[in-house]
Design a protein around this ligand. Structure first.
Ligand code: FAD
Length: 405
């Protein structure tokens, strides 16, 4: 039997929910809060982890600007009042029978199912990477246990070669992997050691972001720091003993070796049970196959998805969830009432720090950049850095997770 947390909302049945949400990350909590504010009465979330993370701050842990406790809250404290928390993990969905089987062996039933279990690291896709993390010369801000080790390692590099990778899509807000890279370059420049370092950035595409008006700024930053940029490339394998990283490029494999440190972000995929349940798209990452505008499963009318686990034909980000939650909350009510569904336009955000004090806030949808109404809107700014580091975490915990944004 699952273990619904007592006293957290109306429990018509411990094993049935009108809206059953899988995953209490940014997506699941924001949606539950929004639905309850809109008057829903029977909402439950399945989530195994006792810890909830505001993951954008992990990059600031990896640049020495935040500590792990800033990132984390007990899951119980972010579950909205009125929502049941079932502390368990989904293992299969039987969509025909509207049933979910959990790790503890419970069969939960639902009226509507919303999948938002995020992505998980695909360690098998990069042989050697996990061992290199264990050895300590590789790591990344994307892996919570590694993030606190990144800045102590980068801060003290004084000579040699360092590599930073931006993960190929799909990945959770992949471009923000440039945050530790460019912050570290600024730190090394201030210390006077940057000329003694050979810094390489590996990009999955030709342009850093693919957003006109923003890429030009980033290229200028790369040039100013003297960074070598390897484009249209992805990490193939890592040799944990030789301290080398093999990168596949359009012109063949390139070996980056004798590395002082490697900030290598793992590749990502959706949890395997999504494909096993017949709900995944036909791609190696196996994201939930939904209509990217309505967020509704292409296979089952009462299954929906949002967040990192959903195939939404845009880059995933927490910022994107502000729009996705709004559209999905509307569409659940509209579908029940037989009304017209709304469309999500692929809006997403890509905040990239370019130094220890400046950040470019880049926004775009599937069709075009979405600049703020400012002169040179994507230019790096101190105010944007401050907003991203200090204001957004407050907005996240106080408003977003409470369904107020
Ligand atoms: C290092 C880093 C930096 C980032 N920086 C930014 C940024 O600056 N700006 C920005 O907008 N976005 C950023 N993001 C992206 C943002 O954090 C994600 O887009 C967002 O967290 C996605 O939310 P989600 O709920 O879909 O997934 P998650 O936050 O991953 O939550 C998924 C939840 O599902 C749970 N779960 C998994 N499997 C199961 C299961 N089988 N059953 C039940 N529950 C399950 C997990 O335990 C987890 O709690 C960053 C991400 C990372 C990793």
């Amino acid at each position: 039997m699952p273990s619904p947390t007592p006293g957290r909302g109306p429990s018509t049945s411990p094993t049935h929910a009108e809206v059953l949400i899988v995953g209490a990350g940014n997506a699941g909590i924001s949606l539950a809060a929004r639905l309850l504010r809109d008057g829903a009465r029977d909402v439950a979330i399945v989530e195994p982890s006792p810890v909830h993370r505001y993951r954008p701050l992990l990059n600031y842990v990896g640049t020495g600007h935040a500590a792990p406790p800033d990132v984390e809250r007990p899951t119980g404290s972010v579950i909205p009042a009125g929502c049941r928390w079932i502390q368990d993990a989904v293992e299969t969905v039987h969509a025909q029978a509207r049933t979910v089987r959990t790790r503890r062996g419970a069969d939960l039933t639902y009226g509507t199912l919303v999948l938002c279990p995020g992505m998980r690291e695909d360690w098998a896709a990069t042989p050697g990477l996990q061992d290199a993390y264990t050895a300590g010369w590789a790591g990344s801000t994307y892996v919570p246990s590694s993030a606190p080790l990144v800045w102590p390692a980068l801060r003290n590099v004084r000579e040699g070669s360092v590599v930073f990778t931006v993960p190929p899509e799909p990945a959770p807000c992949g471009p923000t992997a440039l945050k530790p890279a460019l912050t570290a370059c600024d730190h090394w420049r201030r210390r006077g050691v940057l000329p003694d370092l050979d810094v390489t950035v590996v990009l999955p595409e030709a342009q850093p972001l693919g957003v006109a008006g923003a890429d030009e700024h980033l290229e200028a930053v790369f040039a100013a720091y003297g960074v070598t940029v390897v484009r249209r490339a992805r990490v193939d394998s890592v040799d944990p003993v030789l301290r080398s990283v093999d990168v596949a490029t359009p012109t063949g494999t390139r070996r980056l070796d004798h590395l002082a440190y490697a900030h290598v972000v793992p590749h990502y995929r959706a949890p395997e049970w999504i494909t096993r349940s017949g709900l995944g798209e036909a791609s190696p990452a196996g994201l939930v196959d939904v209509d990217p505008t309505t967020l509704r499963s292409r296979h089952h009318q009462d299954v929906w998805a949002l967040g990192d686990a959903a195939a939404l034909a845009t880059r995933s980000s927490g910022g994107a969830l502000r729009k996705q939650v709004k559209v999905l909350a509307h569409n659940l009510a509209a579908a029940a009432a037989g009304r017209r569904l709304r469309s999500y336009d692929g809006y997403t955000v890509m905040p990239v720090t370019t130094s220890r004090t400046q950040l470019m806030l880049v926004q775009a949808d599937r069709r075009r950049p979405r600049p703020l109404p400012l002169p040179d809107p994507f230019a790096p700014r101190r105010s944007a850095w401050w907003f991203d580091r200090h204001v957004l975490p407050q907005v996240y915990f106080r408003r977003l997770l409470r369904g107020k944004v």
